[in-house]
Design a binder for this molecule. Structure first.
Ligand code: NAP
Length: 281
């Protein structure tokens, strides 16, 4: 039963069974002794409009939005912030005066995970080599540009998507050609895999790291497996690496704060809980 003071949030998607967001938010609810609950809720695409417009009526203070609803949710709620506008997506919906507003927190989560994984990391250290031009890559480019990165070279299987991204963002985001990857890596301070390559069940990401300086940081947003072949290869040659779990945990921070009024901490205990769940497959 819901107590009168209980605040409820949820993650919606179709299907939704794989989401790890309940582990994260319910951990924080326990840790901060907040009377609340965070659920997984399957919502069909044809029901999304009604669900978001009646969030309050259904007893929710907000929700996370995942595949396949992020783009449609952007159109249905009032989107806030550059990250939402540059990605045309929202992943976090909250109520203001009873009306649904949305933000995209993936980019913020990416930078949060990076700073936690490599204390002292600076966006100004060299060029960023960004692989991928999908929704996650856009969110990351927006956050890195906002943090002060001076050059972000985007490599993508479908070059037109990287070009569209460069056109939408403007400098420092530039579309790059795969033939020039080694030249970009030679001056890179950060290499990011924001494609789905390397994920369990997907083909591996096959690139040569020879040109990459040893001081560069290598990060993969794929988190199943936690150590992707890219991260393993980078670690073996002495680069510092950051896995995709940091992004997953840190993207949840703004939503929790908006819904429950406490800015939560990403603790080693939380990381271990989610890592254990990923390990279960
Ligand atoms: P998306 O919009 O579908 O983009 C997928 C990207 O991967 C595109 O750049 C696509 O290139 C590329 N790609 C897919 N298959 C490929 C292949 N066989 N060869 C070369 N490139 C390929 O997906 P997304 O939302 O950006 O997500 C990308 C990955 O990030 C997913 O694995 C997702 O699980 C992960 N992710 C992690 C977090 C986190 O918190 N750690 C958050 C969001 C996403 P084309 O443009 O050529 O198709």
């Amino acid at each position: 039963m819901n107590g009168p003071a209980e605040r409820r949030a949820c993650v919606i998607g179709w299907p939704i069974s794989h989401s790890r967001s309940p582990i994260i938010h319910n951990y924080w609810l326990r840790r901060y002794a907040i009377e609340g609950r965070y659920e997984r809720l399957p919502v069909r695409p044809e029901d999304l409009r009604h669900f978001l417009s009646d969030l309050q009526g259904q007893g929710f203070v907000g929700c996370n939005v995942t595949v396949p609803h992020k783009e449609e949710a952007f159109r249905l709620v009032e989107a806030e912030g550059d990250a939402a506008l540059l990605t045309s997506t929202v992943n976090t919906v909250f109520l203001r005066d009873g009306r649904p507003f949305g933000r995209s927190t993936d980019g913020e989560g990416f930078v949060g995970g990076l700073v936690a994984g490599v204390p002292g990391w600076s966006p100004r250290d060299g060029t960023v080599a960004l692989l991928g031009a999908g929704g996650a890559a856009r969110a990351i480019a927006a956050a890195l540009a906002g943090a002060g990165a001076s050059r972000i070279h985007v490599f993508n299987r479908t070059p037109g998507r990287a070009e569209a991204m460069a056109g939408d963002f403007g400098p420092p985001v530039m579309a790059a050609r795969w033939d020039d990857l080694a030249d970009t890596l030679a001056e890179a301070g950060l290499l990011v895999n924001a494609t789905s390559l390397g994920m369990e069940g997907q083909p591996p990401l096959e690139i040569r790291l020879d040109a990459l300086p040893r001081e560069a940081v290598v990060t993969d947003i794929v988190y199943v497996p936690l150590e992707t072949p890219l991260l393993r290869a980078a670690r073996a040659r002495g680069n510092r690496t950051v896995d995709g779990l940091g992004m997953l945990l840190h993207q949840a921070v703004p939503g929790f704060e908006l819904w429950f009024g406490v800015r939560p901490e990403v603790t080693p205990e939380l990381r271990a809980l989610v890592a254990a769940d990923i390990g279960k497959g």
